[in-house]
Design a protein around this ligand. Sequence first.
Ligand code: IMP
Length: 485
Amino acid sequence: MPATKQPRPSTALAKVGKSQSKAGKHSVKSSKKPAPAKNSPRTAKSATKPVVRAAPAQRPTARSRVVLGLQWGDEGKGKVIDLLAKESEVVVRCQGGANAGHTVVVGGRKTVLHLLPSGVLHQGAACVIGNGVVLDPIALCQELDELAAGGCEAAPRLRISDRAHLVLPAHKALDAAIEAAKGASKVGTTLRGIGPCYIDKVARTGLRAGDLRNLATFERKARDLFAAANRQITALHAGTAIEVESAMGPLLQACRRIAPLVSDTAAFLHQAARDGSRFLFEGAQGVLLDVDFGTYPFVTSSNTGIGGVITGSGLSHKHFDEVIGVVKAYSTRVGSGPFPVELLDATGEALRQRGREFGATTGRPRRCGWLDLVAVGFACRLNGVDRIALTKLDILTGEREVPICVDYEVDGERLGTVPSRLDDLARAKPVWEVLPGWSESLAACRTIADLPAAARRYIETIQNRLEVPVGWIGVGPGRDEIIVI
Ligand code: IMP
């Protein structure tokens, strides 16, 4: 793929690396005492060698970028996407469905995007919902209407893959019934029908957007799917069957509306690639929710990493120039499952309030904890992350100390990575590198040099431990409250 050369400011990143070598020596408390409680910060040896290489003076502008969440979702991908979408001609969602949520303000109205790529707000961009997405036609129509009310007409620029599976009301009812039947061991899903729709996809019993070409046949197949779901809901999960007739009307109405937008998006993307278009692939959820590599079974039902981008778009691995991993400066997760860095105390509550950590899709309070570099490092390795976008650094302002989890310990043994077995993860005790905090507001910082020394040290520690450079730093909720390195 052609790539244009563009000068890249190398000094800012070099500055981070430089202050690392100075500060690194003194930045870690050395204590060998075992941790008294699961999450009380204990220390680890600092990454002694500055490993971040200076950026080359010249680097090609990536034509095809992938933005992935490297934690448990809700990393603040939207803000990074917003910045990068300006430089993109085609924005693509590849996996997940209406379980994702990104709050945007359009024409003064607050809207939550669930299915549309966030890049839709840039009027010049063509938008693609790829084959890996599970698409709820009713939710999509609502989203299109809300955007239109704010003055953003997305439908004329939207293409839906004919291979994308459709989430029907039956899938949502089944999601609720399965969760209810699980009781205390429920996953804590968003109840958007995601799991049951992917089950139908893999079981080869699903309905795809391409089926909307013939609405009469689609309706017949949908009724069969409703009947099968109702049998499961009542017989296996002791739930209440969904009322088929009342569900069918709004479903068919939405399907009629979206049918003209359905096409072979893989063919469109292949042509766009041949034309040299600039792409932005928007990951949904986060790598620790990946169905293969996440904290299974407390995960979503899709591949949330680069693999999902490839299988969910139809482009080959050769088309991806740069993988950008979005990392929140601390950790959050919603739903159940082990979360070694979780803070169940006032500090966790303070992070939740300051960071407004309540789900955009469900409104649920998110579980909060310190930054987990074991999880993020694992996500970087799995996805070949080229650069990190660090978000919400300002939320840590005011903390006296900012511990970072740098390893897990199970039965006295250091793991160095995220274990596959849930019971190991549940027993994992974080090993902490404790860094000093800062009290200064970061809102006006626009360069690395503007940041307090302790905040710079925090960033250096992250990039040195991950061996991946930090390219963006979020310092406030506003569009321009970001440091671009
Ligand atoms: P599902 O994707 O609705 O099946 O939910 C499975 C798990 O993924 C639950 O723990 C959800 O809370 C979580 N999840 C799904 N989508 C998101 C997201 O966009 N952000 C954060 N967590 C999510």
